[in-house]
Design a protein around this ligand. Structure first.
Ligand SMILES: [Zn+2]
Length: 101
C-alpha cells in the first residue's frame, strides 16, 4: 500500500493513538497489498478517521468510493479494544476477499 495514499480524515490521529501505534500503523500499511476495486477496477487505499473520539479505519476505492465497513478500534459498544494496525489488517482482508463465482 502506498503510504502517501492513506487518507487521514483526522489530522491529529497521531496525538490520539500515540507515536508507537502510529509508526506501527505505517509499517503495517507498507506490508499490505490491496486488490483493485471489485466494481470498477480502481485503486484502493485506506481511510483513517474517528467516530466521536474512537479511531476507525476502512478501505475504499479512490475511483467510485465504495468502501468496507468502518472498523472500530474499541470502546464500550463492541466490548473490546483493538489497535489501528490490527483493524487496518482486518479491513484489507475484507477488501481483498472475493467470492468464488
Ligand atoms: Zn471502484
Amino acid at each position: 500500500m502506498n503510504i502517501s495514499a492513506i487518507k487521514f480524515e483526522t489530522p491529529d490521529i497521531r496525538d490520539i493513538i500515540g507515536d508507537e501505534e502510529y509508526n506501527d500503523l505505517l509499517a503495517t500499511a507498507e506490508g499490505l497489498t490491496l486488490s483493485g476495486c471489485p466494481f470498477c477496477g480502481g485503486e484502493a487505499t485506506a481511510r483513517i478517521g474517528t467516530t466521536w473520539t474512537i479511531p476507525t479505519v476502512s478501505v475504499f476505492c479512490t475511483s467510485c468510493g465504495c468502501m468496507t465497513p468502518r472498523g472500530w478500534t474499541g470502546g464500550k459498544i463492541n466490548g473490546g479494544t483493538y489497535s489501528l494496525p490490527e483493524k487496518l489488517t482486518e479491513s484489507a482482508a475484507i477488501w481483498n476477499r472475493r467470492a468464488e463465482i
